[in-house]
Design a protein around this ligand. Structure first.
Ligand SMILES: Cc1cc2nc3c(=O)[nH]c(=O)nc-3n(C[C@H](O)[C@H](O)[C@H](O)COP(=O)(O)OP(=O)(O)OC[C@H]3O[C@@H](n4cnc5c(N)ncnc54)[C@H](O)[C@@H]3O)c2cc1C
Length: 466
């Protein structure tokens, strides 16, 4: 294979405008690295795709040479599916352009852009589309799997705001997918992941947002865990759409000046409320939570929307070693609360925690069949159990913690699987459970049309079906 590649690499270089990187290049290790430092996959060749032409040429080349293909957007998939071992990695990193059309409230963004790229460009016009809660996350994998963020209760998933996309198919051909062009493909890429082709550009609907938004973080120590989780659960039930909310179970108190010294880095439970309306409307949401159970400490500020989007960046630094499990819970029963509290206290690394999105509002106003999103549209929690540590030993301990906590929470799940972007090892059973029988069959039929040989299989894979 290596000899063949040496000969054939010349032809790949002639066909692509972007760089072709192999293990002989000094920056090979940097180019194959992703957010999760525990991923150590070694592609035979990396193509730094400068445009759709490079993507098409590289896909055709890989198929001619029998090389496995992986697609790297922002490199945040925790399982590392973006990096093939021994095959060809399409690195969309150079495709980061963002064009904003403020009058049409539309942004056209390169398939390798990050949310920091998109938010900076759209906020220049006071506009935004729902993105991830960590700004260095790629828009590619995030959008294709669905996309949860601070604006999801107000404007739905990222995928709900996708107007169209340009793709390179497994055949190397280009297609434009929208409600009018290739409508089944357009349905499938709004939740069905990277199964159907390589998206070189996404066009999003934009909404007026900010520029200032209101953020409150309320934290309770582990000793009052059950009470605190119950208060959080009651608070999220009837929230207005103008707030986004994220619970952080088992979060370690930050070493910040507003945290009493003896509590810094000790685990507890927090709720973060992001308010997109007036300061008074924000306070009307936060004050009943504070009144129900006085927090150990609280952080509150008005900040630019772009700052909110990077508010959690430091909690998930690039290169940390990570693993993840996730579960959807329809509600927090007393049993689920006791289980959350019991396991939250057992983690070792201050970085590990259980972020939980409470989904509802505009998210639940979209019909179950309107998009391919894997998971229910009924209001529910998507709880991710994230092990993060700076060392292999630390990861090993908290990986066991995450797996044990996940298994203990499964009896409280609604049986519909979970959000595919939070599945680190997407085996067939888990993928089927997320989509449900009918949606999975429809996705398999679309896959059979657009990728009949399962060329794009390093993902939450849908095998082509009839
Ligand atoms: C620190 C961190 C924070 C996160 N926060 C959130 C959050 O707030 N909300 C949320 O919903 N999720 C969140 N996630 C999960 C995130 O949505 C997924 O990991 C997503 O896959 C990341 O996309 P990416 O392009 O960066 O990933 P990559 O690892 O580059 O890609 C993952 C997969 O997506 C596919 N893919 C990526 N780009 C393309 C493309 N252009 N065309 C075709 N296929 C493509 C490929 O199959 C690839 O294997 C977070 C993850 C991390 C690590």
């Amino acid at each position: 294979m290596a000899d063949l590649l040496k000969r054939e690499l010349e032809s790949l270089r002639e066909r692509c405008a972007g760089r072709v990187v192999t293990k002989d290049d000094i920056d090979y290790d940097a180019m194959r690295s992703v957010w999760n430092g525990a991923v150590d996959h070694r592609p035979a060749v990396i193509v730094r795709c400068g445009g759709p032409g490079d993507v098409s040429a590289a896909v055709r080349f890989a198929r001619e040479e029998g090389l496995e293909i992986s697609v790297r957007g922002g490199g945040h998939g925790v399982g590392g599916a973006a990096v093939t071992s021994g095959g060809l990695m399409l690195d969309l990193g150079p495709l980061r352009h963002v064009e904003v059309y403020p009058r049409a409230r539309r942004a056209v963004c390169g398939g390798g852009a990050t949310w920091a790229d998109v938010d900076a460009a759209t906020q220049a016009y006071g506009l935004a589309t729902p993105g991830a809660t960590v700004s260095h996350t790629g828009i590619g994998g995030h959008t294709l799997g669905g996309g949860l963020g601070w604006l999801t209760r107000r404007h739905g998933l990222t995928a709900d705001n996708l107007e169209s996309a340009d793709l390179v198919l497994a055949s190397g051909e280009y297609v434009h997918a929208s409600a009018r062009d290739h409508p089944e493909l357009f349905w499938a890429i709004r939740g069905g992941g990277g199964n159907f082709g390589v998206v070189t550009s996404f066009a999003y609907r934009l909404h007026p947002v900010g520029p200032a938004v209101h953020v409150s973080l309320l934290f309770w120590e582990a000793e009052r865990g059950a009470e605190a989780v119950q208060v959080i659960d009651e608070a999220v039930r009837d929230l207005p759409r103008h707030v986004g909310v994220l619970a952080a179970f088992g979060m370690s108190a930050p070493p910040a000046p507003y945290v009493p010294e003896e509590h810094r880095l000790r685990p507890g439970h927090a709720i973060v409320v992001a308010g997109f309306a007036s300061p008074e409307q924000h306070e009307a949401v936060v004050s009943p939570i504070r009144a129900a159970l006085a927090p150990l400490f609280e952080f509150g500020a008005a900040m630019p929307y772009t700052r909110l989007q990077s508010f959690l960046d430091e909690s998930a630094p690039w290169g940390v070693l990570a693993d993840e499990r996730a579960v959807d819970l329809p509600r927090l029963t007393p049993g689920a609360i006791a289980t959350l509290c019991e396991h939250a206290g057992r983690k070792r690394s201050p970085l590990s925690f259980m972020p939980a999105f409470h989904l509802g509002g505009a998210f639940s106003a979209v019909g179950e069949e309107e998009t391919a999103f894997g998971g229910s549209r009924a209001p529910h929690y998507t709880v991710s159990i994230v092990a993060m540590a700076p060392s292999p030993d630390g990861l090993s301990a908290d990986r066991d913690w995450a797996h044990a906590a996940w298994e203990a929470l499964l009896p409280y799940a609604d049986g519909t699987g979970t959000y595919v972007n939070f599945i680190t090892e997407p085996d067939e059973d888990r993928v089927r459970a997320s989509y449900g029988r009918e949606k999975h069959a429809r996705l398999a039929a679309v896959k059979a049309v657009y990728d009949p040989d399962n060329t794009f299989h390093l993902n939450a894979n849908i095998t082509p079906g009839g």
